[in-house]
Design a protein around this ligand. Structure first.
Ligand code: NAD
Length: 309
């Protein structure tokens, strides 16, 4: 069997076009653009590339990009004060703080400080809880994009066995939750899983989110499986000596076994920013509907002392 290629680049472009249409409709009616604030602390080169790409695509679909670049020495108190201002700013619909942060800043304090109604990365405990309990929260962007790619191949996932390799809060766990909500039988494999290949071979849908180049090979894939490769690993090519990106899946070894597969690059990667923009637009649209249930929850947390004002 020759797998069909899942073209994340094209699917993300189509999603951005659709978002741009919705944005222009809103702006014509209300004269306010949806706004995404991106906060970058320090000089991490990869983060600078991501932040620039996010800002560019935000503006391209007609939304407002608000960038805050802070020096590496920024204190946690200074960053939390900025987040507080962005939480209160009526023109800001989404807040994204780029990770990793410098050592003096505790990422959990930062995640907890972002208003859940503007947490377009979906990392705040309220949104994590909503995802787990089937409520209306923000879903992290890479998992949301991965599910769109899977559903582009097969609409009804009910009863399928999904194996997710990786259990991070950012990728593995939320993808597993989304697949469970689609009525899949879900197995989460990780670094302590015994017989990884045997576990993966049970999968109708196999998602690799590990960060190990070509960990998943022919022995891991059941004939006809849908394979989603979330991994992004930079390796040096033995033949050319040049560096290039590869996924967690050995594409060449698997492409004639799977029924559909994402490449790296141009697979899951482009979906992440497109879904960030979608989350931001949805935040704007919810705000039009006035006081959201998120903010009620945030007020409760703040009053109970769990969020520092
Ligand atoms: P992480 O390091 O937080 O988690 C990796 C997970 O893999 C852990 O749960 C660990 O248990 C598991 N693991 C490690 N070694 C293993 C092994 N030998 N066998 C089985 N499981 C093993 O990483 P993350 O943030 O979840 O990211 C995973 C990958 O996805 C990375 O390559 C990252 O660059 C990529 N990523 C891509 C996007 C995108 O937009 N496409 C977004 C986020 C992350």
């Amino acid at each position: 069997m020759k797998a069909s290629l899942i073209d994340g680049q094209a699917i993300a472009a189509a999603l951005r076009e659709d978002l741009a249409r919705r944005v222009s409709h809103h702006v014509a009616a209300r004269n306010r653009k949806p706004g995404l604030a991106v906060v970058l602390v320090g000089e991490d080169p990869a983060s600078q590339v991501y932040v620039a790409a996010k800002a560019k695509q935000t503006v391209e679909i007609g939304m407002r990009s608000i960038e805050h670049r802070l020096v590496t020495e920024t204190t946690e108190a200074e960053l939390l004060a900025l987040i507080d201002r962005l939480n209160r700013d009526e023109t800001v619909d989404g807040i994204l703080v780029q990770f990793p942060l410098p050592r003096q800043i505790n990422p959990d304090h930062v995640i907890d400080a972002i208003a859940p109604s503007k947490d377009v990365d979906g990392l705040h405990p309220i949104n994590v809880g909503r995802l787990a309990s089937g409520g209306m929260g923000f879903v992290p962007c890479t998992p949301r994009g991965s599910l769109k790619l899977i559903k582009g191949v097969r609409r009804d996932l009910s009863g399928l066995h999904a194996v997710v390799v990786g259990r991070s809060n950012l990728v593995g766990k939320p993808i597993a939750q989304l697949l469970l909500a689609e009525n899949c039988t879900v197995t989460i494999a990780h670094s302590r899983t015994r017989d990884l290949a045997g576990t993966c071979r049970q999968a109708d849908i196999l998602v690799a989110a590990v960060g190990r180049p070509k960990l998943i090979g022919a022995a891991h894939v059941r004939p006809g499986a849908i394979v989603i490769d979330v991994g992004i690993n930079r390796i040096t090519d033995g033949e050319t000596g040049k560096s290039r990106l590869v996924g967690d899946v050995d594409f060449d070894a698997v492409k004639d076994i799977a029924s559909a597969i994402t490449p790296v690059p141009r697979g899951v990667g482009p979906m992440t920013i497109a879904c960030l923009l979608e989350n931001t637009l949805e935040s704007y649209e919810r705000r039009l509907g006035n006081a959201s249930r998120f903010d009620v929850a945030t007020d409760w947390l703040r009053n109970s002392g769990n969020i520092q004002p």
